[in-house]
Design a protein around this ligand. Sequence first.
Ligand SMILES: [Zn+2]
Length: 264
Amino acid sequence: MLYEWIDERFRLPEVNVPSLGKPDPETAAGMVRTRWGLAEAPAPNMVHLLEAHGVRVFSLDPDHAEVDAFAVWRDGVPFVFLNTLKSAERGRFDAAHELGHLVMHGSEHACSGPEAERQANDFASAFLMPRASVLGHMPSGAHVDQILRGKRIWNVSAMALTYRMHDLGLLSDWQYRSTCAELSRLGYRSGEPQGMSQRETSQVLTKVFTALRSKRVRPGAVAADLGLTSEEMNRLMFGLTLTTFEGKGQQATAAATRSLSVVP
Ligand SMILES: [Zn+2]
């Protein structure tokens, strides 16, 4: 409903998410990278990237902390919902994982279960840490301190980079297990010490609510239109409204904001 409210009033980016059922996750990730012009470069802000290609990204209500994230196609529009309680690095991985579901398990190739989860994880790993990029930056048999420096190149968790390096043959089975144990001891299983300073959040929602505010439409008025409280709406929007937009102003007519472009 929130998306429809916005969609009626703003021109949002067009959907540019391919549906690729056949290729393996590594190939599918490469195809999406090529289509989006990323080549082998580290992925930029994942929420902004998804939004620029037409994915509508919202946050999950923190009451549903047990859900990592989920994605769904609805009337040809892809949606991703992200958990905001995990580390920023894991948030990026979740976004790439859900992109994998949209690309590989969309409406045409619906599938779920452990195999689909494994494929989505492999997609996310390859999308965030392209093979050539990792092979070019990380030495074979890298030590934990090298992994902790290296993870900043791709803004991934130390565990995710360790998994990818093992996957690419840069860590032996034994090195992989001992690195995971060491990272776990240092607190990298449950969190991401000295990780990214800021969580990635929505650019579209920021632009929409900035534009609304310039028209003196307050977030509380939008929420009321939808039969939500401000707090309920805020939980879908990465907490952006309470921190950024809730200010004084009058409710304007919805028509005043119609057709305002928020395409980046
Ligand atoms: Zn999944």
